[in-house]
Design a protein around this ligand. Structure first.
Ligand SMILES: NC(=O)c1ccc[n+]([C@@H]2O[C@H](COP(=O)([O-])OP(=O)(O)OC[C@H]3O[C@@H](n4cnc5c(N)ncnc54)[C@H](OP(=O)(O)O)[C@@H]3O)[C@@H](O)[C@H]2O)c1
Length: 230
């Protein structure tokens, strides 16, 4: 039986690469993005592939998430909260860190996974073990030495904390909840000098999603499956 994976922010970057990788493995993909009409790569993928269903969804809006759920074709085996932003790469005194920017990054990177899981829990396949994955970042760990991107780092630390709390919520519910660092990836966010391609990141991530076991719930992993400290 083919698995169904839901991916937020599926129109570009790591989300798009995850979509392609999962289609190549014969998954059904519920690809969620803010602007399906202009998501040309997703549209052309869906023209040749009935396994791909594209749905409009803004992860910062519960109403948008709930209305997206009405368009899904299948129950979800793996839910990937991938959508994210980094709107402030400077340090403490950078002008980028104004009130609106802080609210936006917290809302997308923390509120986004929370609202997605809260509103799409009902769409998880409860007949077998299902998996919820948050794409976080090594930048959110407590052991780093950088002084840059303080708000983005805090948002990813919070995303990992959210992963822990939600994993506690679903203990004994047959739902595994984990988070991942996708690597430093060549995307609009990661930039052209990043270490790895979206294809490398997505290959590692999808392989590890498939191998996740109940004992992995509450844990943070690198894209290649190596456990990471929170
Ligand atoms: N690239 C890296 O090196 C790296 C490293 C560590 C962690 N990450 C994490 O990996 C994830 C994906 O990053 P990426 O590098 O692929 O970034 P990206 O290329 O900038 O893509 C970000 C994706 O998130 C979507 N998004 C943003 N706000 C959204 C919202 N409110 N609702 C729905 N979708 C929204 C974007 O959609 P639009 O096209 O509509 O804007 C886009 O699809 C993020 O969570 C990021 O923090 C990336």
């Amino acid at each position: 039986m083919n698995k169904t994976i839901l991916i937020t922010g599926a129109n570009r970057g790591i989300g798009l690469a995850l979509t392609k990788k999962c289609l190549s493995k014969n998954f059904y993909v519920e690809a969620c993005c803010r602007n399906p009409d202009t998501s040309n790569e997703l549209i052309s993928l869906s023209n040749n592939n009935p396994h791909l269903n594209i749905t409009k969804m803004d992860v910062t809006c519960a109403k948008s998430i709930l209305s997206a759920s009405e368009n899904f074709k299948n129950e979800i085996d793996i839910m990937v909260c991938n959508a994210g932003i980094n709107n402030g790469k400077g340090d403490l005194f950078s002008d980028e860190h104004n009130e609106n920017a802080i609210m936006e990054v917290m809302m997308v990177n923390v509120g986004g996974p929370f609202l997605t899981i809260q509103n799409l829990y009902k769409n998880l396949n409860k007949k077998s073990t299902s998996k919820i994955v948050i794409i976080s970042s090594l930048m959110g760990t407590q052991t780093h030495l950088s002084k840059n991107a303080p708000i983005y780092r805090a948002s990813k630390a919070a995303a990992n904390n959210l992963m822990r709390t939600i994993s506690n919520h679903f203990l004994n519910h047959n739902i595994i909840v984990s988070s991942y660092h996708p690597g430093w990836v060549r995307t609009d966010m990661g930039g052209v000098n990043a270490d790895i391609s979206t294809e490398e990141s997505a290959t590692g991530l999808v392989n590890h999603f498939l191998n996740l076991e109940q004992s992995d719930s509450g844990k943070f992993f690198n894209y290649d499956g190596k456990p990471l400290p929170l």
